[in-house]
Design a protein around this ligand. Structure first.
Ligand code: SF4
Length: 326
């Protein structure tokens, strides 16, 4: 076997923090926390992921590739071997302070920052506490967990210093369907309850349906139910994105489909055989459907966020135009 190098070697040497019946928590060193993102499909330039791997185990998760860098080739390792990054607040603060003013930073792009490990290790919380001592960035947080409401106190300070947007991902209001496609993520009604708590505390929280899965959660009634729940909770926005299936996600999603939705297998194979992204008019039709639903609940009329109280004079003022995809 070839000698392991870099992140793969660090993963292999990581000390075990705790092992539950099916999930193992490990500690991993981090040389830096803020990573530049070169994709032109997302509205942010920098990403931060406090963990590697994600216990929620969504069947469509595209982030499984992140474990391949550590030479962990079984796609299920992503949800069973969770690496908590060793956190150095001084190093993190220096990285944030080096970013040009006004930059968009996404927390939680390849892992959920409020997955179960966060209750124990509190790395997301520690990172937010550093954000609460700096100013002038546009921070977007994406999660499926109601644990996010734990940090309302620190969000209130961050919102005085940075533009802050929190997205709760809700793919369906149907608990049974959610349990199938996102087995260990909190129930959809708990996510909506977190939106309500955040909004009552004055935090800019919105709901995002991603991914929209063809013939599974893409009906008008299904999307409308999410938007209606979001509006009732006072969400500041609603949107959605169509599924894409990279090879690492396909390895888990297609067997899941064969087991639970066998009648859809042929159609998915046709759509995703040659490309990770669906071609044709389907994505456009879904965006039109979402736009109609946004109008139905007044999400298209939401005022732009106000400038944070301690926003530095020299920071740029471009705003988020779209939401992160997770
Ligand atoms: S919550 Fe996000 S990162 Fe975690 S498994 Fe689901 S899609 Fe992947």
């Amino acid at each position: 076997m070839a000698a392991l190098v870099g992140i793969a070697r660090m993963a292999a040497e990581s000390p075990r923090l705790e092992a539950k019946r099916t999930v193992e928590y490990l500690s991993i060193a981090a040389r830096s926390y803020v990573t530049r993102c070169s994709s032109d499909r997302v509205p942010f330039r920098w990403t931060i992921n406090p963990y590697r791997g994600c216990e929620f185990g969504c069947k469509y998760c595209y982030a499984r590739y992140a474990h391949e860098f550590m030479d962990l080739r079984d796609p299920l390792d992503f949800e069973r071997r969770i690496f908590a990054k060793q956190f150095d607040p001084g190093l993190f603060r220096a990285e944030l302070e080096r970013l040009p003013g006004g930059e968009a930073v996404a927390l939680g792009t390849a892992t959920d920052p409020y997955q179960p490990a966060e209750r124990r290790f509190r790395i997301t919380r520690a990172m937010l506490e550093v954000f609460a001592q700096t100013a002038g960035l546009r921070l977007g947080i994406t999660t499926k967990s109601d644990l996010v409401a734990r940090d309302i106190d620190v969000f209130q300070e961050i919102a005085r210093r940075h533009y802050l947007s929190i997205s709760l991902t809700v793919t369906t209001m149907d608990r049974e369907l959610a349990r199938l496609i996102e087995p260990l993520a909190p129930r959809p009604d708990l996510r909506i309850a977190a939106v309500r708590k955040l909004r009552r505390a004055g935090i800019g929280a919105r709901v995002f349906c991603a991914p929209v899965l063809p013939l599974i959660n893409d009906a008008d009634t299904s999307l409308d139910a999410i938007a209606q729940a979001a509006a009732t909770a006072g969400a500041k926005g609603f949107g959605g994105n169509v599924l894409f299936l990279k090879p690492c996600a396909k390895q888990v999603f297609m067997p899941f489909l064969e087991e639970r939705f066998p009648l859809l297998v042929r159609k998915y194979r046709e759509r995703f055989e040659r490309n990770a992204y669906i071609r044709g008019d389907y994505p456009g039709r879904i965006q039109e459907r979402i736009a109609r639903i946004r109008r139905r609940y007044g999400f298209d009329q939401m005022p732009k966020p106000q400038e944070p109280q301690l926003w530095p004079r020299d920071a740029q003022l471009t705003l988020f135009t779209e939401e992160p995809a997770l």
